[in-house]
Design a protein around this ligand. Structure first.
Ligand code: DGY
Length: 329
């Protein structure tokens, strides 16, 4: 196989995957911890056959219009909202993601957020560090139980399913909304399907978002949806920040409309230090790390590299979302 040019947009995250790619191709790597500047990304797209990208690298029409060399973009992520897939397809560029290797880590983290939020674990830690623990008094830290509560899952893909499996062990009632109904999961995990998303907001004690960010799900959780939730309920978001209207969320939490929120993803990202959400003790925010266990990040890198190698060899890719792109060349 001829050696081709590959651009990898971060060096430090996946050194093993980069080394593996470099055995087969000429790999150039952006060495900073932050994303490569836009003009450089466009320049590299115009020179390379493949790119291994992170979710902050925007692959859009402007970039795609300026390349005739690019054949594959492999995102080191399951989410692909940074890539215009329709444009990529019409430009004959195959797009790949990394499903199947990160859902268990993301589900662990979702449960971590839910437990931390409901039982004031992070809040308690924050209070201790602020010097506020002076006497044995549990009352300021009274939490809400997770076991036997109702969990509402929106989006029943691999991550939603892995969350549901954990919830079953906590004896939770699980209701879900998903574009496709999953009768076999209803059977095996005792899930209850709801034909409308609104029912999830109304019924659940914990609403956990697991749908991808698309034009249909952008700000799908707004004042109306938050208004359907119970004042005792919590929102957990590990998908993309832009699925939730941040102003509406602030209003809902600060006004007591809901009990709190745990966000691994924010809008914008990173969240500004002066963001009003950070003033709320019952909002827990982490820096978009649900998939970030060492083992899972390594697997994601390897899968992204394997996607590039397969695409350039004309073989079946581990996960291509637009195989029809190959016919556009
Ligand atoms: C994903 O895989 O989409 C995560 O959000 C980024 O690691």
């Amino acid at each position: 196989m001829a050696r081709e040019k590959i651009f990898v947009t971060r060096e430090h995250i996946i050194p093993e995957a980069i080394a593996y790619l470099a055995e087969h191709h000429d790999v150039e790597v952006w060495k900073e911890r932050s994303a490569p500047p836009r003009d450089l990304l466009i320049k590299k797209a115009s020179e390379c056959a493949g790119m291994l990208t992170e979710i902050t690298d925007v692959i859009d029409k402007e970039l795609l219009d300026q390349t005739s060399t690019l054949r594959v973009v492999a995102n080191r992520a399951v989410g692909m909202d940074n890539i215009d897939i329709l444009e990529a397809t019409s430009h004959g560029v195959m797009v790949a993601n990394t499903p199947g290797v990160l859902h268990e880590s993301c589900a662990d983290f979702t449960f971590g957020l839910m437990l931390s939020l409901a039982r004031n674990i992070t809040y308690g830690d924050r209070q201790i560090r602020a010097g506020a623990w002076k006497v044995f008094d549990q009352i300021p830290y009274l939490g809400t139980d997770v076991y036997e509560a109702t969990l509402g899952i929106i989006g029943m893909g691999l991550i939603g399913t892995a969350v549901a499996r954990r919830a079953k062990a906590f004896n939770m009632k699980i209701v879900y909304y998903s574009r496709t109904r999953k009768p076999e999961l209803e059977e095996s995990l005792g899930l209850e399907w709801r034909p409308e998303m609104d029912s999830i907001f109304r019924e659940a004690d914990y609403v956990s978002l697991h749908m991808p960010l698309t034009a249909d799900t952008e700000y799908v959780v707004g004042p109306r949806e938050l208004g359907l939730m119970k004042p005792t309920s919590f929102l957990i978001n590990t998908t993309r920040g832009r699925t939730v209207d941040p102003k509406a969320l602030y209003e809902a939490v600060s006004g007591g409309g809901i009990a709190g929120a745990a966000l691994d993803v924010t809008d914008p990202e990173p969240i500004g230090i002066d963001d009003p959400l950070l003033t709320l003790p019952n909002v827990l925010i982490s820096p978009h790390i649900a998939s970030a266990s060492s083992a899972t990040v390594r697997k994601m890198g390897q899968m992204a590299a394997a996607n590039i190698l397969a695409a350039l060899e004309g073989q079946t890719m581990p996960s291509c979302v637009n195989p029809e792109a190959a016919n556009q060349r």
